[in-house]
Design a protein around this ligand. Sequence first.
Ligand SMILES: *Cc1c(COP(=O)(O)O)cnc(C)c1O
Length: 392
Amino acid sequence: MSPQGINLKVPFHRACIGDEEIQAVAEVLRGGWMTMGPKTVQFENEFARYTGARHAIAVSSCTAALHLAYECIGLKPGDEVLIPATTFTATAETVTYFGARPVLVDIDPLTMNLDVADARRRVTSRTRAIVPVHLAGQPCDMQQIHELADACNLRVIEDAAHALPARYGDKAIGSISDLTAFSFYATKTLTTGEGGMVTTDNDQYAERIRMMRLHGISRDAWKRYSSEGNWYYQVHEAGYKYNLTDLQAAIGLVQLAKCDAMRARRESVADRYNRAFRDDPGLQIPTVLLDRTSAWHLYILRVNEERLGFGRNEFMKELQARGVNASVHFIPLHLHPYYQRVFGYRRGDFPVAEAQYERCLSLPLYATMGEDEMDCVIRAVQEICQLAPAQR
Ligand SMILES: *Cc1c(COP(=O)(O)O)cnc(C)c1O
């Protein structure tokens, strides 16, 4: 072990923020216009170009993006929305804002993405939308999902919190479905600290979301305090305060310009993990499908308890003891008290999601990982596998 390798701690995440982001924020501060303004418009335009979407609307989070997406399709009390059990609560909690029901769907054991055959079985006359979540950054089977949506007249709203940049076939995520929601949260692949974006090709949806993200005030109301502005405005709906700020957009513009380079770095880390772990019978590396390109937001490793003689929780403790901070994505929604109490979900309802949850852990994966940090993670995982009983 190299001297600097001793006592090395590998954080779960470290954002890729350089002098350019700091400079960009300083310029906005010096300019004196703090909130949504010209930088946000520029960020939206460049994001739309990057994803190939007709419209990109910047908002304060992916949670806000999902809320506004459900709002613009007119979600109503009693409506149902198909959501994978393996996701973050934001995907489903925003459905409950409308008195609608998140109908959970089991996952595919290989990709851990929504199982489209299971989704099909859960469609009823009340089902309004399906929300694929591109777990870890690898796109769901969008062809099958759109076939189901077309057959049952469902809107498709993608939760792409993990999927920037990602591609399905020759199309970028963000340009495929009715609406797509992105996250710029601190740990995501593009960060503005907090932030999000909705993309859509639908002019009506875009107009509605632009209005609802800022108090239901008619379009371009943010200009009303600028020199070209006008004091008059009208409130058309009870909207929300979900806008992004120019301070955040300035960071986002710099991050967007290096988004491909950061993805390439994460992919090279993932390749290295794959080579190190693929032949170990105690481990299952992520399944990469050839017709799509992952954003590589997360590296989800699954442990084989039968082979190792111990499970994921023990594995996590051993990683921690070796200075490696790992995480788990995700505790299936039906195991949380809220979804059990309000929607009657129970342990056992989604056996694949539960089985994969019991086995999965997410290793550190980010563009700023150093060689010593990758080595530390690989060495730790390999050491832990050697703790296994004699059958190996
Ligand atoms: C992070 C995350 C969100 C929420 O993003 P915010 O920008 O924090 O609101 C939604 N869905 C998934 C799958 C996420 O991982």
